[in-house]
Design a protein around this ligand. Structure first.
Ligand SMILES: Cc1cc2nc3c(=O)[nH]c(=O)nc-3n(C[C@H](O)[C@H](O)[C@H](O)COP(=O)(O)OP(=O)(O)OC[C@H]3O[C@@H](n4cnc5c(N)ncnc54)[C@H](O)[C@@H]3O)c2cc1C
Length: 378
């Protein structure tokens, strides 16, 4: 084991949130070490699979909308710095039976925050965007700011920005344990031991294994994504096909136009309801994984239901109420935690990086994170 080295802040896990906090800490002059157990980027956690939806209309809770506004701004800043397109605007559809949260919540957030939007029936969505074949009496919010982020590219851009401000980032170095005391924190890894004033833990699906206080509050769940070759590709391009969240009798699905992989991309929230240990889960998708995604596509996006192009497993980390957990560790202000992103965190990772840097450096943040505090679970 090499001699201990000292940093201002050590970040455990350089995924979506970890890469962003490394960037914000380094930008503020902190001496940062980011430790990642796999590669940068990699396909073992929660952030791979080319794209992630971003949208302002937020059916989950309207109090996310100000965080989203800041998130969009930070993504545009990162794009400018990286000299690369990271955020693609397509418009977004939130469609469901009229009384369902996906429609009502989306509409409420648009009204409360004065967001541009149109209300359409399922039939009208199909007239406007012929790739869609939703139930005619579904109700939909069309919000023009919806779109997608190129997720692995975002993560790499955050890492590169952090490095250019002096952050040290190590991949293939697993954190085995940590201790916090009066004089700082000690982090033991597969390669070395490091000391720092403060620690930020952004370990995604592995968070519960590293932090006893959130073991039962950040539960990994296996997910599967599918890409199907469109039969009519001209209907599923980024300029003719908005990203969507759609609630139907078969479940809550989300999807994207063709990007990078030659396929319409679709996922089912909480796929087959499989809570898993991320170190011992079935990584290879199987026919039972594909079936609900193909059936949904055949029924509601029939012109997209061509041959399978790609299937991938991925992981959600669910909190009990599916809102994020962003806070100090209950036993030590030196430690900041960000976990439980419950399948909707990526779009926020730029602003979460800023918030975590605030909490780590200043002990507080001016962003409203009342909904996300750990003590809500008692
Ligand atoms: C299929 C799927 C679809 C999704 N769709 C969307 C979407 O459309 N829009 C959206 O906003 N969100 C979406 N999400 C959610 C979003 O992707 C996640 O909320 C987000 O990626 C979580 O980021 P994270 O940093 O917490 O986890 P990760 O990106 O997985 O990062 C955690 C990192 O910690 C590392 N790590 C863990 N333990 C250790 C250790 N001991 N030592 C060192 N490193 C360690 C891991 O290797 C990993 O790199 C989706 C998620 C999935 C799975």
């Amino acid at each position: 084991m090499s001699v201990a080295q000292r940093f201002d802040v050590i970040v455990v896990g350089v995924g979506a949130m970890g890469s962003a906090v490394c960037r914000h800490l380094a930008k503020r002059g902190q001496r940062v070490l980011g430790l990642e157990r796999f590669d940068i980027p990699h396909a073992m956690g929660s952030s791979h699979g080319v794209t992630r939806i971003i949208r302002m209309a937020y059916f989950e809770d309207p109090s996310y909308v100000p965080l989203l506004a800041r998130s969009y701004q930070l993504w545009r800043d990162l794009e400018a710095e990286a000299g690369e397109r990271l955020l693609v605007i397509t418009g977004g559809i939130d469609a469901a039976p009229e009384d369902h949260l996906v429609f009502q919540g989306s509409l409420a957030s648009c009204r409360l925050h004065d967001l541009d939007h149109e209300v359409l029936t399922g039939a009208e969505v199909g007239e406007r965007f012929p790739g869609y074949r939703l139930p005619e009496n579904h109700m939909a919010v069309l919000q023009p700011d919806g779109g997608y982020l190129l997720s692995e590219r975002c993560l790499v851009a955050h890492v590169a920005a952090a490095q250019s401000d002096g952050a040290e980032i190590h991949a293939r170095e697993q954190v085995l344990g940590w201790d916090a005391g009066d004089s700082g924190v000690v982090v033991r890894t597969t390669r070395s031991e490091y000391r720092a004033d403060r620690l930020v833990i952004t370990a995604g699906p592995w968070s519960g294994g590293l932090v006893e206080a959130i073991r039962d509050l950040a539960v990994p769940e296996r997910q599967v994504l599918a890409w199907f070759q469109p039969i009519r590709p001209e209907l599923f391009t980024r300029d003719r096909f908005p990203i969507f969240n759609v609630e139907v009798t078969e479940g809550h699905f989300y999807g994207f136009p063709v990007e990078t992989i030659p396929g319409f991309k679709v996922g089912l929230y909480h796929h087959l309801l499989e809570e898993v240990d991320p170190d011992h889960m079935a990584r290879e998708p199987n026919p039972a994984d594909e079936a609900p995604l193909r059936e949904f596509t055949k029924r509601y996006f029939p012109d997209a239901a061509g041959p399978t192009m790609t299937l991938k497993t991925c992981l959600f980390t669910n909190s009990p109420d599916e809102h994020f957990i962003i806070d100090h560790h209950p036993d030590s202000d030196r430690i900041v935690l960000a976990a439980g992103f419950s399948g909707h965190g990526f779009k926020f990772s730029s602003v979460v990086g800023e918030i975590l840097a605030d909490l780590s450096i200043d002990g507080e943040t001016s962003h409203d994170i009342g909904l996300l505090r750990l003590d809500r679970f008692g």
